[in-house]
Design a protein around this ligand. Structure first.
Ligand code: AMP
Length: 303
């Protein structure tokens, strides 16, 4: 089983209260793919510039990510610059340079067109739809986006959302997309836009999943050492989707387990800048954190 993802592959420059890095490996596609690769095979659609080093490609290959759909184009790789204050839940975008993504026209390799599971990571919604249109018969389509696109390409995003089963966005984006301050009302409005399930990421406060007949809430893992929240959302999505693909089970109970696996993955990535923590992560640590998550909210039947 595999998941097809389209998203950004980037150089990030990030400042948090705990340090600062310049032009490190980042991007929604990169974080998603790395995280999902702990659970299932990943096929990546993206573009990088000629300035993208072999060392980063080697890392993605070491995670067994299929890079047939990753093109190298003339020009510079996507760049994002952001900063965080002590409230690490909110990223302040300082610069976004789409660079090679501006003229990227994806042409999916033949093997990618049969994909059953598709993740449209945070990138131009027109590009998300272009990729989706090339997939013959997807079984499950999940999608992420951000304020940059909700504000800048709203119509295109609404068009994409009509084809999406699960939307994963953060709390501020939920209110912005629905144009409604109350989160529960906003969720209902978004479920009328196409998605059958909405997963709202709330940083250190966890996740709430809304579907027509149920609401599920999970905490975030309480960590002492949050260093850099960049990529937490994409890494969450990678764990969530990776687990769903690996288990091929979309029951409510399994979706809830997927939320906890996603939360476990996100709890690792924030422990270091860029993909530093993911490069050292082992599957046993993920299982261990999943068990600790279970204990975190157990309040019944304890000795
Ligand atoms: P998050 O999981 O929300 O923290 O995502 C952070 C990643 O999103 C960073 O690695 C950025 O490179 C990437 N990113 C930031 N802005 C955009 C954008 N407008 N389109 C695509 N990717 C972006």
């Amino acid at each position: 089983m595999s998941v097809l993802v389209v998203g950004s592959v980037a150089f990030d420059s990030v400042k948090t209260p705990f340090g600062q890095v310049e032009e490190v490996l980042g991007g929604s596609g990169t974080y998603f793919s790395t995280s999902a690769s702990f659970f299932t095979d990943v096929k990546m659609v993206a573009v990088v510039g000629e300035d993208f080093p072999a060392e980063h490609l080697d890392f993605l290959r070491s995670r067994k990510i299929d890079l047939e759909g990753l093109k190298t184009a003339q020009g510079r790789t996507f760049r994002w610059k952001g900063s965080y204050d002590y409230d690490l839940n909110e990223a302040h975008t300082l610069e976004t340079h789409l660079n090679v993504f501006e003229s990227f026209q994806p042409d999916l390799p033949q093997g990618y067109r049969e994909a059953e599971y598709v993740f449209l990571a945070n990138i131009d919604p027109e590009l998300q739809l272009e990729v989706l249109n090339q997939v013959k018969n997807p079984k499950l389509v999940a999608c992420d986006t951000m304020n940059f696109w909700i504000g800048g390409k709203r119509e295109a995003l609404l068009k994409t959302l009509r084809h999406v089963d699960i939307l994963l966005i953060n709390e501020g984006e939920t209110r912005q997309l629905a144009e409604e301050p109350n989160l529960v009302k906003a969720a209902r409005l978004i479920l009328d836009m196409g998605p059958k399930t909405l997963v709202v990421k709330r940083g250190e406060y966890g996740v709430i999943m809304f579907s027509e007949h149920s609401i599920f809430s999970a905490p975030a893992y309480p960590l002492e050492s949050v260093f850099d929240p960049t990529g937490a959302g994409d890494t969450f999505a990678g764990g969530f989707m990776g687990y769903l693909v690996a288990t091929r089970n979309l029951s409510e109970s399994n979706m809830r387990q997927a939320i906890v696996f996603g939360s476990a993955m996100a709890s690792f990535v924030v422990e270091d800048f860029s993909l530093g923590r993911m490069k050292k992560l082992e599957y046993g640590e993920i299982e261990e954190r999943f068990r600790k998550f279970k204990l975190l909210t157990e309040f019944d039947g304890l000795e």
